[in-house]
Design a protein around this ligand. Sequence first.
Ligand SMILES: [Zn+2]
Length: 401
Amino acid sequence: MGTWIKETDQAIYLMQGGYYLEKIEKRPRSNGEKTLSIVDMHQWFARSDAPGGMIVALGSQASEPLPKPIPENGVEITKAPKSVEVKEVFVIEGITSKHRAGQSVHLQVDNQLATSAPKVNEEGKWRINFRFFSQGTRNLKITIDRESVDLVIQVSLLTPQPKSLSLQGSVGWRGVNRAEDVLIVKERLAELGFDFFKPGPFVDTGMLQAIKLFQSIITGKTKLGGDGRVDVGGRTHKFLQAANAPRWMLMPIKGEGFINFEREDLSDHHDYGASWLADTIIAAGKLYETQYRKNRKDISLIPINDVSYPQGGDTPDHAGHEAGNACDVSIPRKGGDFGIHWRSNQYDRDSTRILLKALRAQPLVTRIFFNDPQLIREGLCKSAAGHDNHIHFEIGIPNPV
Ligand SMILES: [Zn+2]
């Protein structure tokens, strides 16, 4: 269904079928004029059904449009891109009946389950952050409670470019926080997937969380830290502008040589992390597969487990794991399965050794904990309390480019 734009005295709307999908309120200025933030409007024109016309209803006394009603039974997409770049984080949003609140939103890509982590919220709305790792035409199916909807997204290959953010003053905790600067930083954070804040030219707690999480990643801290402020010309500002700035994303569910086996576990939410970690997992998996496993089903894939919560931060299940740069890995069993203690006679030490070597071959990997004394003697890992049945590894920081 097509979309169009409507302007009234109060707002500008993205309309579809007589209702609005999104609304940007006008705010009065002291001189009688009105102002509005058009940052969110950029997305309207990136839609596959981008608006082609506009109705101006200023001074018409007509009533304001109503929001699109929540469908009784179906699942509808309200926002999705028609094309994205490889590795670009993008968002699909939609609505379903309110009685499905709390249910999982399953995304299948080309008939493979890609994620089931997002949930329907109390208003019946849902949202998937996703990205693709290779180019091509992708057929997507979104299913909630046996109702589904399809869409197609083109994925093209473009290398990320550095992005110049010219700020007049600092932004964030106790910053100067000029409206224009706040909007510039928010737009870049959102582009990188750290979109935990409300729209508008002000600093809220979500924005501070986003800046701190970004700062934790670019300083290699596994606990949430940082001063929450982007200083002009400072380290955070530099990394925000870098082509290889870290992105915040759902961890890949599956790839060559690895499987993220907990991504289908609905009770666990440690599925988000930094793109640097995702890239590290993908590269280690590829090395393990091509040099060792070679598609043999009797050898375990690298079984990736917990990373971080959807917005990072403290988690009761782990010390650390707060900034998407630490990852747990389950232990290969003999015969191709995984999940075992190193003392068990079913423990597959040979595969675990190669797994650790594949991790150590990655330039960003800093430290690895696992308690098998033999592999510790070989210099592949270090011991730490609680690491008898899983490997824990962490990544550091590339130079900004
Ligand atoms: Zn851990």
